[in-house]
Design a protein around this ligand. Structure first.
Ligand code: PMP
Length: 453
């Protein structure tokens, strides 16, 4: 393939590309990094500069970039079969992966419906729950309850169950109405001694219980990001929260849809956040880490109970009317299978234990900085909230873009980071070494100090 110089690549990008979640007037003409290679925990630009990938290719990368075993599995698959379809056919890779996903999923999740991104994985869950209620004698159960500050993707259905005003407000007239429970975290609590949020989490549960009781007769499902509200600012659930949500769903006969798109595949230190909390949702959405961050792939898993509601004669029209062209793509499934093999051969989950402990230590140290208002962690996810005033926890005005400035400063330290507003996100490839994690944390600390002190 033709190798182009950086100037030409930037020009083509500026002239022809429209970037996601990007104000293009700022992007065009800027000296944006052009990434041309990846190696382990690093991404490498067209000038040969190496950046430690602090956000794991937007929360997807597991075993490092260009991991030999996954590369080989993909190459081998390309030479056998690049794609067919799951409409009227199956393929060997999709079938084998479905079995392996069921083997590692929380108990009772036994059916796999493929798609190709996180938004569709959630939207499929929403449609499944809706149709399940309809086909089990509850056509009146049509509504969904979800959380303030939640993020489940950018399609119209997944936005409808989301709750981040800055992303969703403009589309409000397009979205279907949902019932919103408070976010499982309360900013007020950090002004008190109760820094683990237990008290506020419980208040939130009380309100959730009240809403579910009030709306039980019309609720088809509840949608939740287990363990952490990701894009909402790495908001970590209080201890025991997910278990209580499961109990409420059982009590009010509401299907629990767990969106493990960001936290699945080892991110919390366990394979799945629901497994870690010892619960089984009725429906579980997976993407991002499923293919180790290599290829677009997603899966929505469900139970026999839900699946059986779609079984009937052809004429009953109980079929699940949903399907994407690239559903069960064998190359993506081959990457996912190679990734699951690496989880085992690298003993990846065990290897996370010291890294999670080290991240905790470094975050606690950062909590002492004068402009750090809060630090949050769940497994290999970290969030550092920057504030004007530590005591009152007054946030920086969003137009100051302190998060963006810290991330740009971090490039001088050889890091690539992407913030969520004033929150610095730590989300490296799970295979990052302890030495690399130390470099990442050193660079983050120096960058926060340079921008805020
Ligand atoms: N759910 C969660 C929890 C996510 O974090 C994301 C993406 N960040 C999505 C859904 C949407 O995934 P995608 O961007 O692949 O559509």
């Amino acid at each position: 393939m033709e190798e182009l110089d950086t100037k030409t690549l930037r020009k083509y990008d500026s002239d022809y590309l429209w970037h996601p979640f990007t104000q293009m007037s700022e992007w065009e003409g800027a000296e944006n990094l052009v990434i041309t290679r990846g190696e382990g925990s690093y991404i490498i630009d067209s000038e040969g500069n190496r950046y430690l990938d602090g956000v794991a290719a937007i929360w997807t990368n597991v075993h490092g970039h260009c991991r030999r075993e996954i590369n080989e599995a993909i190459k081998e698959q390309v030479d056998r079969l690049e794609h067919s379809t799951l409409l009227g056919l199956t393929n060997d890779r999709a079938a084998l992966l479905a079995k392996r996903l069921v083997d590692i999923a929380p108990p009772a999740l036994c059916k796999v419906f493929y798609s190709d991104n996180g938004s569709t994985a959630v939207e499929i869950g929403v449609k499944m729950a809706f149709q399940y209620q309809n086909q089990t004698g509850h056509p009146e159960k049509t509504k969904f309850i979800s959380f303030t500050n939640a993020y489940h993707g950018d399609t119209v259905g997944s936005m409808s169950v989301g709750g981040i005003d800055i992303y969703h407000e403009v589309y409000a007239p397009l979205l279907f109405p949902t019932i919103k429970a408070p976010s499982p975290y309360c900013y007020r609590c950090t002004l008190t001694e109760d820094r683990d949020c237990t008290r506020c989490g419980m208040l939130c549960l009380k309100e959730l219980e009240r809403l579910m009781e009030q709306h039980a007769h019309e609720l088809a499902g509840l949608v939740i990001e287990p363990a952490v509200q990701g894009a909402g600012g790495m908001i970590v659930h209080p201890e025991g929260f997910l278990k209580r949500v499961r109990e409420l769903c059982d009590r009010f006969d509401v299907l629990m849809i767990a969106d493990e798109v960001a936290v699945g595949f080892g991110r919390t230190g366990a394979m799945f956040a629901c497994g870690k909390a010892a619960i089984t949702p009725d429906i579980m959405a997976l993407s991002k880490g499923i293919s180790a961050g290599y290829l677009p792939l997603a899966a929505t898993l469900t139970t026999r109970k839900v699946y059986d509601a779609f079984i009937g004669s052809y004429a009953e029209l109980k079929t699940f009317f949903h399907g994407h062209t690239f559903t069960g793509n064998p190359i993506a499934c081959a990457a996912a299978l190679a990734s699951l093999d690496l989880f085992e051969s690298d003993k990846l989950l065990e290897a996370l234990v010291p890294k999670i402990a080290y991240l905790k230590e470094r975050l606690q140290k950062l909590a002492g900085l004068p402009h750090v208002g809060d630090v949050r962690q769940e497994g290999m996810i970290g969030g550092i909230e920057l504030v004007v005033d530590k005591e009152t926890r007054q946030p920086y005005h969003w137009e100051e873009r302190v998060g963006v400035r810290v991330c740009l400063e971090a490039r001088k330290h050889g890091l690539f980071l992407r913030p969520l507003g004033n929150i610095i996100v730590i989300f490296p490839p799970l295979a990052i070494s302890l030495n690399e994690l130390a470099l990442l944390m050193d660079g983050i600390e120096a960058s926060i100090r340079a921008v805020t002190e």
